[in-house]
Write a protein that binds this ligand. Sequence first.
Ligand code: 16G
Ligand code: MG
Length: 541
Amino acid sequence: MAASIAEAARKHPAPEGIVYTYGTAGFRTKADVLDSVLARVGLIASLRSRALKGKWIGVMITASHNPPEDNGVKLVEPMGNMLQEEWEVLSTTMANKATPEDVAEYYNELAAKFKIDLSTPARVVVARDTRASGSRLLGCLVDGLKAAGAEYKDFGFFTTPQLHYVVRSLNTEGTKDAYGVPTEKGYYEKFGAAFKNALKGKKPQGSLTVDGANGVGGPKLTELIKYLPTKEEGGLEIHVVNDNVIKPESLNVDCGADYVKTNQRAPPTSKVGPNDRCCSLDGDADRVVFYFKDSSNVFHLLDGDRIATLVASFLGDLIRQSGLADAITIGVVQTAYANGAATNYVEQTLKLKVDCTPTGVKYLHHAAEKLDIGVYFEANGHGTVIFSPDTLDTINKHEPRSPAQKEALDVLRATVELINQAVGDALSDLLLVEVVLAHKSWGVEEWLGTYTDLPNKLTKVIVSDRNIFKTTDAERKLVKPDGVQKQIDAEVQKVRQGRSFARASGTEDAVRVYAEAATKAEAEDLARKVASIVEAAGAKK
Ligand code: 16G
Ligand code: MG
């Protein structure tokens, strides 16, 4: 075995001078320097599976919303969760081993450390997005898997959430927690049927235009549509745009969720009428944001905060109407980027508890796991809802006491099925939003009307070393460099409804600054002031 491990590493030598890190979303960088990483991830995935007695582990090759020339890779745990933190560190170490001998030695070291029996089967599911570099990188990954003697299933092109779905389904097949049939078709059948059941005769109004970011989400949505009720059958009219995966160089270019959220504008190609619902996916379809233009052609964004508030209010109603209010509580998990008005709305109007965590899906997911029903979304559109095992049990066993309770309970049960609980899933999330709007008989204007966002500004500052910026309180306060938070606080005091924070980015070499205030001018001014404080602090040695 050691010989084959070293051989795989030799075939894909690590380029000199590059330090790789398994970050918030796996390894991600320019595709042409990732071959060695993919081969080593194949080794790590095999070890992880063996450490878990042959459970299926997922490997997804994607760089999400990054430009077409980038790529990346992330590992998925058996229940469809993100990789355990300890293994992120081990993956980083493995990726940075210099020689084939070092790689083989580290492989054996890990086997010894975790008492892994190397004769246990290793099972790995692999898939990729539509990037041009994907097939080459898949080859490197497979070299690693074969060297480690792993059994693998290649699902070809998949959205990231489809991979999470298949991993969880494979590991729960035949048990009482069976998640779904572990195939692509099984995914469409599960979510298609749940959508129909959750609508329960309510007809979506108008149509939905979905921007696929020219990534894998477009064609997969087109496939999913075949499993949804047609407009004539009381379903939703969906138009898929920006779904050109034949031209991978167009991926995420002037379209997609990140473009819309960052630029606060619709993709230039968008040709929709006033108040028409639109949404944009990112390159691997684990993020979605909604938007529309009103009759005066003004753009309005309905981001992750809006999805969270909409869904939390709907679930709250269903729980009450089913007669479960005493048994189940709902909480909302956000990050510091959530608009203050959204937080206020959840606490004051919906009367639900809000938790704040650091940026990154895994932190929100972990916090949501502690709740009966945890609704978690980042403002950028990553998110889902998770139900604790006890809560699922309560919902399944509950006996309705009236026809009205039964009606609500049926919708609640179908909604649980419609939500991809393994991970935030743009396709499942967009269907969920449509179900809520249909039940409330709302269009985008009513949705937008629930509260008014505080004007806000996000900027970034390039500093010589972003790692000197250390935060606490879910990234809302700086503890280092000394004295900087005090200066920020002083600026925040000067504006009405002011709030601002600075944090080192986890994905870019920069410090991000967020500011919000009662008016656009105050928010922008506050962002500028805080950015210059950060810049000055970052310049000091
Ligand atoms: C990653 C995270 C995303 C987060 C973003 C923040 C996952 C799957 N993705 O893309 O949740 O919002 O990083 O980027 O966790 P930043 O640290 O550069 O601001
Ligand atoms: Mg993504």
